[in-house]
Design a protein around this ligand. Structure first.
Ligand code: ARG
Length: 498
């Protein structure tokens, strides 16, 4: 028997450098346990259709069941698929392990194993994003009522509440989770039984193998099953999208924790100091999340570029996607998980938020609305009148309220031909941040009652998300238990009803 089962017949000479170069063993660790499960399920299926004898199946299943959870991957092998088969032949002999690869190829096996690990990683990512949502809801409960400036162009625009701002983030993460659960449906389809690309004459029961491995269905066309990696690209895309949203939060935390804003205090655990400037408290975790977004986009771009324009069907190029897939999903999950913890213990500073709204003129829009709705001025003219009031307030260094009290009649007469008269009380309430907030009650607006009803719905969404994750994990665990039990019974020679 040749030392390397994949060599010796068709290709004779080998080069260590070339072998190292084309080996995936350095990044096969995440799929090792799945490859063992696939071999088990495949062997059970071969036995069921009488393609192998009981003794062959039981010897292989005993060997596979005895493999440690965390396998030591031999750096001198081409990949984990090759290593397991070679180890089996060494351990239990050709007469039994020689049948392990009957009716299967590394091509369907690797695609299957990648999907099995990807689905777990999608679930972990969804879990971390649900944690972010939980932190947002709890922050909202604590600080939601506080007023803060709402920005456009990073300039004060209109007053909002902390709840309105945070609820917006919540929505974005809900879409990320929805995208993950949607992608999961296309990831969780089994390629096994496709063999190299054409299917096989060997009787493999694809449905049976799929169910033993916890899949919801089959990747139907054998060529597509072995050659497509859009499940990986789609998973990475959902991760990249989530990273975009996480990076937006991170950027605001960096800004908000600066002296100029001072809106939030980042918990010490998520900050670091400077090696030279003893006063520094740097928001290093938020900065790193912001940067990881770039890294994940890089992984996504690499994966897209590698798979672009590949001819059908399997090409070794596909193997190069794998490390990008693992890194992209891992970075995103860790970023989400750290963001969740950081938000959970973050504090808002009411005094700084209040100070930022003082004389920021962000209630000007509501004053213009009032000139139109209560005093019959066309909105474009109301806009011009209030714009002039703001300019004059800034030039004279006097509050908008005082300027309006003194100049509204004169300016409105110049703009419209008729002086608008507003009494002190009406003017005061038109320029009050909380009052204007209460008025902005169009659906999805900043009105505090509307926002709190959305926050209530958010708690329901969190529950639904969490229960999808639990149900999905439970069904994977059940399949795994059935597979192990089937393998155990066969390996000790217990006849199972077919
Ligand atoms: N190691 C490969 C991968 O990760 C699987 C092996 C396919 N090799 C082959 N010659 N068909 O994609």
């Amino acid at each position: 028997m040749p030392k390397n089962i994949l060599r010796g017949s068709r290709v004779k000479r080998s080069s260590k450098r070339a072998n190292d170069f084309i080996s995936s063993i350095g990044f096969d660790a995440p799929i090792a346990k799945h490859v063992v499960s696939i071999n088990m399920a495949h062997m059970l299926s071969l036995l069921r259709s009488k393609e192998v004898e009981e003794e062959v199946a039981s010897a292989n299943l005993r060997f596979l069941a005895g493999l440690p959870e965390v396998m030591r991957l031999d750096p001198n092998t081409e990949d984990v698929h090759h290593m397991i088969e070679q180890d089996a032949i060494k351990a239990i002999g050709m007469d039994t392990a020689g049948y392990l690869n009957l009716g299967k190829s590394r091509n369907d096996q690797v695609a299957t194993a990648l999907r099995m690990e990807t689905r777990l990683r999608l679930l972990s990512l969804a879990e971390a994003l649900v944690d972010v949502q939980k932190s947002l809801v709890s922050l909202t409960r604590k600080y939601g009522k506080l007023l803060m400036p709402g920005y456009t162009h990073l300039q004060h625009a209109q007053p909002v509440t902390v709840a309105h701002h945070l609820q917006g983030y919540f929505e974005a993460f809900q879409r990320d989770i929805d995208r993950i659960s949607d992608a999961y449906k296309r990831v969780n389809l089994s390629p096994m039984g496709s063999a190299a690309l054409a299917g096989t004459a060997v009787r493999v029961d694809r449905e049976y193998v799929a169910s033993l491995l916890g899949f919801d269905g089959l990747a139907k066309n054998a060529m597509d099953a072995v050659s497509s990696r859009d499940f990986a690209l789609e998973s990475l895309s959902t991760a990249a999208m989530a990273m975009i949203n996480l990076s937006r939060v991170a950027e605001e935390l960096v800004l908000w924790s600066s002296l100029e804003f001072g809106f939030v205090e980042i918990p010490d655990e998520y900050a670091a100091t400077s090696s030279i400037m003893p006063q520094k408290k740097n928001p290093v975790v938020a900065e790193t999340v912001r940067a990881k977004c770039g890294s994940v986009l890089g992984e996504l771009t690499a994966a897209f570029a590698i798979t672009k324009a590949l001819p059908n069907s399997y090409n070794l190029d596909l193997q190069e996607v794998t490390p990008h897939l693992w890194r992209g999903l891992a970075d995103t999950t860790e970023s989400a998980s750290l963001t969740a913890s950081m938000l959970a213990s973050m504090r808002f500073n009411k005094d700084r938020l209040d100070a930022s709204l003082r004389e920021d003129k962000s209630t000007a829009t509501e004053l213009a609305n009032r000139l139109t709705r209560a005093h019959g001025v066309p909105f474009r003219q109301s806009h011009a009148i209030v714009g002039e009031l703001v300019r004059s307030s800034i030039e004279r260094g006097v509050s908008l309220e005082d300027v309006a009290a003194q100049e509204l009649a004169r300016i409105s007469e110049r703009v419209t031909g008729h002086p608008v008269k507003i009494d002190k009380h009406e003017l005061h309430s038109a320029l009050d941040a909380l009052k204007t907030l209460e008025l902005t009650d169009s659906a999805g607006g900043a009105n505090p009652l509307l926002v709190s009803s959305l926050v209530l719905e958010d708690s329901d969404s969190v529950k639904r998300n969490a229960s999808w994750i639990i149900q999905t994990k439970t069904s994977l665990n059940k399949a795994e238990a059935r597979l192990r039990e089937g393998a155990r019974r066969t390996s000790i020679g217990v006849k199972t009803r077919r």
